[in-house]
Design a protein around this ligand. Sequence first.
Ligand SMILES: NC(=O)C1=CN([C@@H]2O[C@H](COP(=O)(O)OP(=O)(O)OC[C@H]3O[C@@H](n4cnc5c(N)ncnc54)[C@H](OP(=O)(O)O)[C@@H]3O)[C@@H](O)[C@H]2O)C=CC1
Ligand SMILES: O=C(CO)COP(=O)(O)O
Length: 337
Amino acid sequence: MKAAILGTGSWATGLARVLNDNGVEVLMYGVDDREIEDINVRHCNYKYFKNVKLEESIRATKNLPEVIEGASYIIITVPTQFVRSVLEEVKPLLKQKVTVINAAKGFDMNTNMRISDTIRSVFTKDEINPVVSLIGPSHAEEVVIRMLTAVCAVSLDEKTAQDVQKLFSNDYLRVYTLTDEIGAEYGAAYKNVIAVASGILKGLGYGDNSRAALITRGLVEMTRYGMLKGGKAETFFGLTGVGDLIVTCSSEHSRNFQAGKEIGLSDNASDFMAGNQKTVEGIRTCKVIHDDILKNYPDFEAPITNCVYDVLYENGKPSEKVKELMNRALKSESIKG
Ligand SMILES: NC(=O)C1=CN([C@@H]2O[C@H](COP(=O)(O)OP(=O)(O)OC[C@H]3O[C@@H](n4cnc5c(N)ncnc54)[C@H](OP(=O)(O)O)[C@@H]3O)[C@@H](O)[C@H]2O)C=CC1
Ligand SMILES: O=C(CO)COP(=O)(O)O
């Protein structure tokens, strides 16, 4: 059985190793010569993992037709801004029905769709099986060294979710199934915005109490928003919701957290925004959610997202925004707001 992995970055490499460990033939598709050469010749991916030796059977190439040829599964591990364009390149290459598995977290660059919707908009029902998202608290840095991790295979179709659950599960990766695609995908996207806020608090010098408050109130905010979009409340209390929120808000591995920390340290986002080269999905996700609320749900309160937006896009000073958040009108903790 063969899996095509789109991307040669950190999550692509983490999932390639999982599948390789599970006896699946993996071939990665990349655009970066250095990453491809590292994987094929030096059997590492030095840019992302300084001390991880990969198996020789994990291979990468720039040749997309070779990657897609004979693959039963196509795994999306490129940042969300590139998902649609890569899938459009894949489409004419398909010779057999495949299962497309999304592992990216955020929204389509041009349409702001959830990524499962993007996949369904690119392919016909005859070309692909029901879409699956593989999401949950899973830093690639830990998965690639086989640290115990649990995620969800999310699909509107339970059977396909179970198939993907079996494909990825092993003694260090435990996969649960879930059918609430909307709740899972909004949770996985929203948590990146809260993770930027968590990094900002860290950069400003705040501690554990502040982070616990942020995670808790961030969970309320993302649950209320996700339910507005059609997600189920219980999903936000699972791996794709609070699970991913905790890991991303608390870990130095998180690029969203790291971005926020840098912004908090300088009490300003402009230098970071001008120079950032890393994959920080929370930056665009924040704008998508902020603009959606402004346009479609003007009475909806999203104080954390609004503050992160002001810092990233309106030159707001993080230290001032924190004061603003703390000095809002006092209220009940109720999730209903
Ligand atoms: N890293 C993690 O722990 C996890 C990440 N995710 C999600 O996975 C997605 C990918 O993130 P991540 O792996 O971290 O990102 P990285 O920045 O580590 O890697 C992205 C990779 O995609 C490559 N790429 C960019 N454009 C294209 C293209 N058009 N075709 C093929 N490859 C391309 C990049 O190449 P180049 O180097 O040349 O830019 C790079 O190799 C994100 O949505 C993220 O939220 C989800 C769970 C865990
Ligand atoms: O989604 C992730 C872990 O679950 C990775 O988070 P970052 O993109 O912030 O590194």
